[in-house]
Design a protein around this ligand. Structure first.
Ligand code: PNW
Length: 462
């Protein structure tokens, strides 16, 4: 039986500014924390950085032509705050506005809907140095002001806004284990950062709704990442551990938005390292997403461990601050691993979607990222990537099952349109359906691109 999706299901692909644009010093762009971090020796594999990346800043027309050829209905990209405001506050850089105007117009001319992320981790370096970045409360207002500039400049044409990409990653990888910018290592700062991210999101949404929504008529939401956690055994303690782990990953950010406050289990375990929302802030935050943006990559088993037990986790397991959770994560020995060492477990996405559907009372969900890094090489002008096709087929099948099970999933954005700067892993990890030769910058659509194009064409799996 062919698995057909709902008639208006949105098929897209996603990228982010620092991972593809390059042009790091062009047309008045200011520096951000990833520009700086990637130039500190030893922080990025192979000494890679995003100075040029895919050179999308100059080649966006070629890239949009490729998207149109694939039949993409939507394209999710992010705006670099420092192109719009080089130091994150004050003065607007008109050349930065012009670049994104051109990009948006080119997309619309090809019938592709722009989905814009306002912040995909590239905090302006000036705000980091002068105002402590997301650790400082002032950034919440600077972000809201920057958002207003974007709504005013682009909102006549952009109808889908995502405030923040993956607050968990910014807080945990940036401020707990320090493998991402700004590279800090703390057990308390992540909770302060997370708190400010939620407030920044809510302030931007309030501005959109009060000043722009009536005339522009768009929607706005937040995107969060979540792996699924399945209990290792049927013991009640392991069920509780799996639940706790998902709450520390996802509900940390989505409970305040949908239910009005942090999960009780986090309040109990994190204590006074977890800031509290005032009543006024709770009102500001609750209901501040028109849709549920979800990025999903993998699944792990979760088991309960006695408080204080030392658990050795690879960072690939995404344990967060495990001392606050007392959860041990493991992969089944027979699970296939991607190049990121992330297990391929399609049913985890189905279970996660059903969990979200239940906990947050049937929200409209967009999968704003899903995909995999595989070892793709060009052979005689072709990139055969059967493992990626199998991955996508499995995960889209799981989305189809979740819809059949009652979840309101409205769209899917494949990560990623093209190979790009995979953060601390550099260019070595390839997530794209279009292969990039990082010496010549030549683009070669992989077999998965053709496969995805056919999926879009028939609105479903074969
Ligand atoms: C996401 N984790 O990053 C990002 O939104 C993309 O920019 C990135 O390229 C993509 O997924 C693939 O990594 C993540 O450790 C990075 O849980 C790390 C984690 C999750 C997502």
């Amino acid at each position: 039986m062919p698995k057909t999706f709902p008639p208006d299901f949105l098929w897209g692909s996603a990228t982010s500014s620092y991972q593809i644009e390059g042009g790091w010093l062009e047309d008045g762009k200011g520096l951000h924390i990833w520009d700086v971090f990637s130039h500190i020796p030893g922080r990025i594999a192979q000494g890679d950085h995003g100075d040029v990346a895919c050179d999308h800043f100059h080649r966006y027309k070629e890239d949009i032509a490729l998207m149109a050829k694939l039949g993409l209905k939507a394209y999710r990209f992010s705006i670099a705050w420092t192109r719009i405001q080089p130091d994150g506050k004050g003065e607007v850089n008109q050349k930065g506005i012009a670049f994104y105007n051109d990009l948006i117009n080119e997309l619309l001319a090809h019938g592709i809907e722009p989905w814009v992320t306002l912040h995909h981790w590239d905090m302006p370096a000036a705000l980091q140095m002068e105002d402590d970045g997301w650790l400082g409360r002032a950034s919440t207002d600077y972000f809201a002001a920057y958002s207003r500039i974007c709504f005013a400049a682009f909102g006549d044409r952009v109808k889908h806004w995502i405030t923040l990409n993956e607050s968990w990653v910014m807080a945990i990888l940036g401020y707990h284990n320090g493998i991402f910018a700004p590279g800090r290592k703390s057990d308390s700062e992540p909770y302060t950062v997370g708190h400010h991210l939620i407030l920044a999101h809510a302030k931007a949404v309030k501005i959109y709704r009060q000043e722009f929504k009536a005339t522009q008529g768009g929607v706005i939401g937040m995107t969060n990442n979540c792996d699924w956690r399945h209990p290792l055994t049927d013991r009640a303690a392991d069920h509780a551990a799996a639940q706790r782990s998902v709450e520390f990953l996802l509900a940390w950010f989505t409970d305040p938005i949908y239910l009005g406050d942090y999960p009780q289990v986090m309040k109990d375990r994190v204590g006074d390292r977890l800031p509290a929302f005032t009543d006024e802030e709770k009102v500001l935050i609750k209901g501040s997403s028109d849709f549920f943006g979800l990025n999903h990559y993998t699944t792990m088993y979760a088991a309960d461990v006695a408080p204080g037990t030392h658990v050795e986790h690879s960072v690939y397991a995404n344990p967060g601050i495990y001392k606050d959770q007392d959860v041990a994560l493991t992969a089944a020995p027979d699970w296939e691993l991607t190049e990121m060492q992330w297990p391929v477990v399609p049913w985890g996405l189905r279970d996660l979607l059903l969990w979200i559907n239940e906990r947050y009372d049937h929200p409209p969900i967009y999968i704003t990222e899903n995909g995999c890094a595989m070892p793709d090489t060009v052979v005689e002008g072709e990139v055969a990537d059967p493992r990626r096709i199998a991955f996508l087929d499995g995960y889209l099948g799981a989305v189809h099952e979740a819809i059949a099970g009652g979840a309101d999933v409205r769209g899917y954005f494949l990560w990623s349109l093209m190979d790009n700067f995979e953060w601390a892993s550099g260019y070595d990890k390839r997530f794209g359906m279009i292969h990039i030769d990082f010496d010549t910058l030549e683009r070669t659509p992989k077999h998965s691109a053709k496969w995805y194009s056919e999926v879009i064409g028939r609105n479903g799996l074969a």
